[in-house]
Design a protein around this ligand. Structure first.
Ligand SMILES: Nc1ncnc2c1ncn2[C@@H]1O[C@H](COP(=O)(O)OP(=O)(O)OP(=O)(O)O)[C@@H](O)[C@H]1O
Ligand SMILES: [Mg+2]
Length: 274
């Protein structure tokens, strides 16, 4: 994690990463709900400190896959999974408390979801729950995190107010600040900028680039221009399968699969013209 002064502290929350080992990985993963299999045969590594974009048509399983990485699907009715997902080599379904997993692997959803509490309490809610700081530090933590996402000047004089009077874009920045406050090792983002204006989108992208390589980012986006300018690696999903994965620039320049090529050219259904 990079601290607020930009110092690279490679020891992540007290755990020293193993050289060359991906931060997260999936092996032979299959996911589904009830009798429906939504994803199958997913094997992929997430390199440390990289930004990986998950792209693919609606319904291809991006959200289901993303949410399985920190076990957000666990409580969804009928959800099941086979295969393994690891964080720093450790099975996320093994001997790890899901709450600890979700602190280490944070998430920001497509729609902003501030908690019904003050702006400051939103930011420090995780910090408080995980006893990461003293109460007397909460205001400073809120200021640091809000400044980091570019929201400080807009909310400096209303930290005690409800977040629901903020604009949708500001609420999303608040959720991003809240996710960052617990210093995750991995951040999962599901179309996080779809409710943001271009300037806020640019600010978020700039922030994500600044936070990596200390942080590993996995972002679902329908915005191919965003995937291209932001991500190092890319995964293309189609109908519940991983069709292609590789370096983003290379996938845009010379995709290996025709489905990928068509999708990246902006065709709505990558296989309909076969
Ligand atoms: N709770 C659920 N119960 C049953 N099926 C579900 C559930 N959630 C998702 N699915 C199904 O899983 C498939 C993949 O959905 P998912 O939301 O992961 O797609 P996506 O790639 O994120 O799509 P989009 O780009 O539209 O967000 C869809 O067919 C969807 O209907
Ligand atoms: Mg989705």
């Amino acid at each position: 994690m990079q601290d607020q002064h930009g110092t690279d502290t490679l020891v992540l929350n007290g755990r020293r990463p193993v050289d060359g080992q991906p931060v997260m990985a999936a092996r032979d993963l299959a996911l589904g709900f009830g009798s429906t299999t939504v994803m199958r045969d997913i094997t992929v590594d997430f390199p440390r400190g990289s930004i990986t974009a998950l792209v693919g048509p609606s319904g291809s399983g991006k959200t289901t896959f993303l949410r399985s990485l920190n076990r957000m699907n666990d409580k969804v009715r009928g959800f099941w999974n086979r295969g393994t997902i690891t964080l720093e080599g450790q099975d996320v379904h093994g001997d790890i408390d899901p709450l600890v997993l979700r602190r280490r692997v944070g998430m920001v959803f497509q729609r902003p979801n501030p908690f019904p509490m003050s702006i400051q309490d939103n930011i420090v809610s995780g910090v408080r729950a995980h006893r990461m700081a003293r109460r007397s530090d909460f205001r400073d933590i809120a200021e640091t995190r809000l400044a980091e996402v570019g929201l400080w000047s807009a909310v400096a004089d209303r930290l005690g107010d409800s977040p629901f009077r903020l604009s949708g874009g500001q609420q999303q920045l608040l959720c991003l600040a809240r996710a960052l406050a617990v210093e995750p090792e991995v951040l999962l983002l599901d179309e996080p900028t779809s409710s943001l204006d271009p300037r806020s989108t640019e600010a978020v992208e700039e922030l994500l680039r600044r936070l990596t390589p200390g942080l590993t980012v996995i972002i679902v986006t329908h915005n191919l221009a965003q995937a291209k300018r932001l991500s190092d690696d890319m995964i293309f999903f189609y109908e519940g399968r991983l069709v292609e994965t590789g370096k983003t620039a290379q996938m845009f320049d010379s995709p290996e699969r025709s489905e990928t090529a068509r999708y990246l050219l902006g065709e709505a259904d990558p296989v309909s013209h076969r």
